[in-house]
Design a protein around this ligand. Structure first.
Ligand code: NJP
Length: 265
């Protein structure tokens, strides 16, 4: 993608206070995009805002937002529209996981994951859809997961949320195809971020997948390169996506082997 393509565009990123979201913010600013950064940790957002505005000729706005609070989502997006006019690209990145077997997951964890990963993502998307459809312009990028394609033991709830994100994203793409609005899902494998502080309290999974871990900068680079292009999905690493293809083709075999061989959580 040519660098100029993002120059002066308005990009909103949820979950921008760390991990992949913060890396996407840095790379987008380096390409001249103006940013609106959202997360609960307003102090971290403000630090990133200062750094990006110092290093690049861009405007960065920040808002404190828990995406699971749908009333607040509406309020914040109305403030964003008032402040910057149009949103060209929405990156739905906020999310978390707790790796437990289904029988161990509490209702609070189940509702928490669905409210952030699914309902929050849909709430933010709903706020940009009317204007993107009217303008016949825009790009919605949903950070899903390989867990949205490939079920693994000990991630039943997290995996269910990401399957939901992919179902929603695939429908959305068809609904928006005639409106020139692009829709991309991003399905990475494990990435070295703070995600695992909550997801994998014991550190077992991190230890088992250490050698496969992607770096957040690499994932962010792929996401930013896809902006305003017709990219259906980003699957990282490529070989891991072969697993989800094999799952579709040979589900029984996969589950028989997978329950023993998949990296233990
Ligand atoms: O995780 P982390 P990642 N409302 O923990 C924010 C997916 N993914 O960058 O609110 C608003 O470093 C949180 O900010 P704060 C994953 O499912 C990951 O790895 O201030 N924001 C922070 O900025 C997720 O969708 C892996 O605490 C909320 C950010 O989200 C996305 O990648 C693999 C929030 C999380 O940063 C980014 O995760 C994969 C809320 N209620 C998919 N709750 C992986 N890391 O291995 C959290 O396939 N945030």
């Amino acid at each position: 993608m040519v660098k100029e393509q993002l120059q002066g565009k308005n990009i909103v990123i949820t979950g921008a206070s760390g991990g992949i979201g913060a890396e996407i913010a840095k790379l987008s600013a380096a390409r001249g995009a103006n940013l609106v950064l959202l997360a609960r940790s307003i102090d971290k957002l403000e630090q990133l805002q200062t750094r990006l505005e110092q290093n690049h000729q861009v405007k960065v706005d920040v808002f404190q937002l828990d995406v699971s609070d749908t009333e607040k989502v509406k309020e914040v997006f109305e403030q964003i529209f008032e402040k910057i006019g149009q949103i060209d690209i929405l990156v739905n990145n906020a999310g978390f996981g707790v790796f437990r077997e289904a029988h161990e997951a509490t209702m609070d964890e189940i509702k928490g994951m669905f409210n952030v990963n699914v309902v929050g993502l849909m709430a933010c998307t709903s706020m940009v859809l009317p204007r993107m459809r009217t303008r016949r312009y825009g790009h919605i990028i949903n950070i899903a997961s390989q867990a949205g394609k490939l079920a693994t033991p000990k991630s039943s709830v997290y995996s269910a949320t990401k399957h939901a994100v992919l179902g929603y994203t695939n429908s959305l793409r068809m609904e928006l195809d005639d409106y020139n609005v692009q829709v991309t899902s991003v399905n990475p494998g494990p990435i070295a971020t703070n995600f695992f502080t909550i997801a994998d309290e014991q550190g077992t999974y991190v230890k088992n997948v250490q050698r496969f871990m992607l770096q957040p900068e690499y994932v962010a680079q792929k996401v930013v390169n896809s902006m305003l292009t017709k990219t259906r999905e980003i699957n990282l690493p490529r070989w891991m996506n072969m697993g989800s293809v094999a799952y579709v083709l040979f589900p029984r075999l996969y589950e028989r082997i997978g329950k023993r061989l998949l990296p233990s959580k």
